[in-house]
Design a protein around this ligand. Structure first.
Ligand code: PLP
Length: 387
């Protein structure tokens, strides 16, 4: 068995009434989706994002799949996704039959590059999916100004990282036609596996409810709007169990505390590392104006792939689990299979080679944080001197 590092990359924590709520859910005798805790978690998220409706799902991947079903993709339809993202951002649309068109990212926010997007738009595009990487809004204004010329194209936010971040004081997740959230154990708010679909347009709610509930109008039946429920449409079983929703609600209720802890981690890393950046040749992540970060992660960019890999290895040897991130989807086997056509995404490749993420979780102690920054500075110094 491999030895555990002294400072793990991720460590989920209980922050409030998780166990009380899980017990309550179990005692309520309603373990499936659609119970009291599912409703309360959805209402909290709806109030925070100003959405027309929020559907709690088994994962962000499931929420993306549901949003892909809402598009009714036909022959030759395409969906534009960033190359630098998690597989699900593309997979969900590919399995509904869309051809994927991979768009490059811009180097400041690591979000979709509007200049590249403009060159990729044509009459086949049904939707454009954006990611607010690390919880920092992408160039929403640039992307909207491209989409203004294509009014039928839907903007979808894969907001797996960005819950409680903002762009121009508007919540991330409220900017697209719909948005998806993740409550996987690596995210800011967790329940093991979980997610949500945030519906910002009231016109989507009725159909989304049917697709969400195995293609039935069960929700209308529960509200007494129809006297029996039947099979109406396509769909799947997307609902989050009430037991997991109970855990999640306890986390969401502690959102201010959790976000403050995570902000403090970012501040610590920034203050400790900024003085070394020029001398040792790395770049710290930045939050451009008009944004507040959701504090999902902390990354740095090293000058090249070899140096990044050497720094990762040296940190691992000193007991600190840092890591790289996404490999560009356009260069992957499945990306090539599902691509409608080949596109060039050089910034995605460059960033994927150079990016390093530091350990990031709510309860990293000051001594953990010092261990991390010391290990990082020593590793970048050693790798600079050996070149
Ligand atoms: C941008 C992005 N989208 C989607 C997902 C998938 O989330 P989930 O594990 O909740 O399906 C991830 C996972 O990390 C992600 O980073």
């Amino acid at each position: 068995m491999s030895e555990l590092p002294d400072v793990l990359f991720n460590l989920p924590s209980m922050e409030g009434r998780e166990l009380d709520y899980v017990q309550e859910a179990a005692r309520n005798g309603h373990l499936a989706s659609g119970g009291e805790f599912t409703r309360r978690a959805a209402k909290l998220l709806q109030a925070e994002t100003g959405a027309a409706e929020v559907l709690m799902t088994t994962s962000c991947t499931a929420a993306l799949e549901l949003s892909a079903m809402l598009l009714d993709i036909g022959d030759r339809d395409t969906v534009i996704v960033p190359s630098f993202t998690f597989t699900s951002t593309g997979l969900a649309f590919a399995r509904q039959g869309a051809g994927l068109v991979f768009c490059d990212i811009e180097p400041v926010t690591l979000g979709l590059d509007p200049a590249h997007l403009e060159t990729l738009m044509d009459e086949h595009v049904r939707a454009v999916v954006i990611v607010h990487y690390a919880g920092i809004a992408c160039d929403v204004e640039g992307i909207r100004s491209v989409l203004d010329k294509w009014p039928g194209v839907r903007l979808i936010e894969d907001n797996a990282h960005g819950l409680f971040g903002t762009w121009r004081d508007q919540p991330l997740g409220s900017l697209g036609r719909y948005a998806t959230l993740s409550f996987h154990e690596t995210k800011n708010f967790v329940c093991g596996e979980g997610g949500a679909l945030v519906l910002n347009d009231p016109d989507d709610v009725e159909r989304a409810r049917v697709l969400y509930d195995k293609g039935t109008n069960r929700h209308a039946f529960m509200l007494g709007q129809v006297d029996k429920y039947t099979w109406k449409d396509t769909g799947s079983s997307f609902g989050l169990s009430d037991v997991l929703a109970a855990y999640l609600l306890a986390q969401l209720e502690r959102r201010e505390v959790i976000q403050a802890k995570r902000r403090a981690v970012v501040e610590h890393y920034t203050t400790a590392l900024a003085p070394y950046a020029d001398e040792l040749g790395f770049r710290l992540m930045t939050v451009p104006p008009e944004r507040t970060s959701a504090h999902h992660m902390f990354y740095v960019l090293l000058p090249d792939r070899d140096r990044r890999n050497d720094v990762l290895e040296l940190m691992r040897k000193s007991g600190v689990q840092a890591t790289f991130h996404y490999q560009p989807l356009d260069a992957s086997d499945a990306g090539r299979t599902f691509a409608a056509r080949r596109t060039e995404c050089p910034v995605s490749r460059d960033v994927a080679d150079r990016l390093l993420r530091l350990p990031f979780w709510n309860n990293l102690s000051p001594s953990h944080l010092d261990r991390v920054t010391t290990a990082f500075v020593e590793a970048t110094t050693e790798t600079l001197e050996s070149r």
